[in-house]
Design a protein around this ligand. Structure first.
Ligand code: NAD
Ligand code: ZN
Length: 375
């Protein structure tokens, strides 16, 4: 299988101007409690005509809730509910794209993704694939997308991944799990309404929130760190501490975690993640473990790499009475364990960020096996 060979953002290396990455940011963002009700006004000028619909891709968890009734559905707009039980697949993207092309005479005016990282990534991928031929798996990699995506909007309903700001959409393809990393992936508009995160189950709140916390720890302790990343990472880390260890009201907590996610995403945009993400990637590839919980499962055992960060993680876990599942890797065959280790070690930029240029001398397959067996 192919693994990630190139960092999501090429690193800033002193001495060569051409190596500075010129990465895209979300050009428009609306923030505030209740701003979801502004969506109709935001979309109106983007509507090409009454035949070109807005397609809303909405987490299935909202199907029988109040949220769909608040969507500004006009003309032949379509609301499609999608399960977030599994992480998004290229095949799923292809099916959705061919359905939309068959169902409507014109290409949509826009795609709106509403949900967590799973739905945000689906929306990004579908909007790219509506304007680019072939299967989504052909575009997994770096800068393979030739034509701009159609207008796409991201509306997170759970905070932590930073998918709302990133230039990637992580997809499981037939032969690899890899993002479509491109300048066209980033959302054209993001809507941040903290009240949309009301109702997130406690465990999931913790796992996805810890994704943000771990982004900060890995970015701030990495060799790729620079002032740009640090400025966002430190702010995000402070907000995570307030949310998970402070004494905030539920309203403040929702607001701060939503902004922590944004800043955490910005921090890794110009640096990289590290050991927990590299190992979590292996777990996810072999066992289908989801990103947030996978990071927690690994991170709890990384005291040798991130002593302060891991100590604080255990404090947060205790304070919120979170019990992580145990013995996840105990029943793996030797072959599965080997694959898991190879997938993880294939994440070269993550290891380089975490352990420096000579990372290969500092981490062995045996160490990884020992760590995985603790999970
Ligand atoms: P998710 O989208 O997988 O959702 C987790 C669970 O929370 C689901 O059961 C979902 O239905 C539920 N949920 C979401 N909002 C809810 C709400 N308001 N009320 C009740 N339930 C709610 O979770 P996630 O952790 O945000 O995303 C994980 C995905 O994000 C993975 O596929 C991962 O690969 C991807 N990811 C992408 C990036 C990126 O930059 N593109 C970064 C990190 C992770
Ligand atoms: Zn992450």
């Amino acid at each position: 299988m192919e693994t990630e060979k190139k960092p999501a953002i090429e690193m800033v290396k002193k001495g060569s101007k051409s190596q500075f990455k010129n990465f895209p940011m979300v050009p428009r963002v609306v923030y505030g409690v209740g701003c979801f009700d502004q969506l109709g006004d935001i979309l109106l000028p983007k509507r090409k005509n009454s035949e070109a619909p807005i397609i809303y891709l909405v987490d299935e968890v909202f199907e029988h809730k109040a949220l769909p009734g608040r969507l500004p559905v006009l003309f032949n707009d379509k609301v499609i509910f999608i399960s977030a039980d599994e992480e998004p697949k290229t095949e799923q993207v292809d099916t959705l794209v061919s359905y939309i092309k068959k169902e409507f005479e014109e290409l949509p005016s826009g795609i709106v993704g509403i949900g967590g990282g799973t739905l945000l990534d689906m929306a990004k991928a579908v909007s790219i694939m509506l304007n680019n031929n072939g299967s989504a798996h052909n575009y997994q990699g770096w800068d393979l997308v030739g034509k701009p995506a159609i207008y796409h909007v991201g509306i997170p309903t759970i905070s932590g991944t930073g998918a709302e700001v990133s230039r990637t959409t992580v997809l499981l393809g037939p032969s690899k799990k890899l993002g479509i990393n491109s300048d066209y992936t980033t959302f054209d508009q993001v809507l941040l309404d903290p009240d949309l995160t009301i109702g997130v189950p406690k465990d999931q709140w913790f796992y996805t929130g810890m994704d943000c916390y771990i982004h900060c720890i890995e970015s701030l302790n990495g060799s790729y760190l620079n002032a740009f990343s640090q400025s966002y990472g430190e702010k995000a880390l402070d907000m995570c501490k307030e949310v998970f260890l402070g004494d905030l009201s539920p309203e403040e907590s929702r607001e701060k975690l939503m902004m922590a996610s944004w800043h955490g995403g910005m921090s890794i945009a110009y640096s990289q993640v590290g050991v927990a993400h590299a190992m979590s990637y292996g777990l996810s590839y072999v066992l289908g473990t989801k990103h947030g919980i996978g990071n927690c499962l690994v991170f709890q055992h990384l005291q040798d790499y991130y002593p302060e960060g891991v100590k604080l993680f255990h404090e947060m876990k205790r304070q919120h009475k979170i019990e992580l599942p145990k013995n996840i890797c105990g029943a793996l065959t030797d072959e599965e364990m080997d694959t898991m280790i190879s997938v993880s070690l294939g994440m070269e930029p993550l290891w380089e960020n975490a352990l420096g240029r000579s990372w290969r001398e500092k981490i062995s397959r045996e160490t990884l096996k020992e760590l995985y067996l603790k999970i």
